[in-house]
Design a protein around this ligand. Structure first.
Ligand SMILES: [Zn+2]
Length: 169
């Protein structure tokens, strides 16, 4: 399940993840369990927490009151928090979606001022274009500091990279 919201109004059009599997990281020891966490925003910036399966640190997950970045803070003094803008890590920000739409000649972002992007349809469009062009699949390199990405975002990143190469800029 991936829910993605878009907003064309305001100063800059944007896309925002509302319900998405994310990876977690322990800032104390760097452990990344290969198990997705269902991120559905926060209550006043508090997303949740877990106990690290490797070092036992208590890790708190925070965000900017349902806005990126998502931050991981360990209850261990002197360890810096780790933070991620998952829209960027997952290449699901506004410019990525526009780019993927241009490459597939598909309006991935529906008309209207605000609404939802059909992620499954977007993924199918990009995968379909990869198949149509008969491109050999290329696994996407992950951004600095990211070691694992859960499905179906891994499939999205790989399909987009196969079709388009690395993100511009
Ligand atoms: Zn740990």
């Amino acid at each position: 399940m991936v829910r993605l919201y878009f907003n064309r109004s305001g100063r800059r059009p944007s896309a925002q993840l509302l319900d998405v599997p994310i990876f977690t990281v322990c800032p104390a020891c760097g452990f990344v369990p290969h198990e997705a966490w269902r991120y559905v925003g926060s209550r006043y910036g508090h997303v949740g927490g877990f106990t690290c399966g490797r070092c036992g640190a208590r890790v708190t997950i925070l965000d900017g009151d349902c806005r990126p970045p998502v931050r991981f803070v360990a209850d261990v003094p002197g360890k810096p928090a780790r933070s991620f803008v998952f829209e960027d890590v997952y290449r699901l920000n506004w410019s990525d979606l526009m780019r993927a739409g241009a490459l597939t000649r598909t309006d991935l972002i529906p008309p209207g001022e605000k609404g939802y992007v059909e992620f499954e349809a977007a993924l199918a469009a990009v995968q379909g274009e990869v198949a149509r062009l008969d491109l050999p699949p290329v696994p996407a390199p992950l951004p600095e500091g990211v070691s694992w990405v859960p499905e179906p975002l891994r499939a999205w990143l790989d399909a987009l990279f196969t079709l388009d190469g690395p993100p511009a800029g």
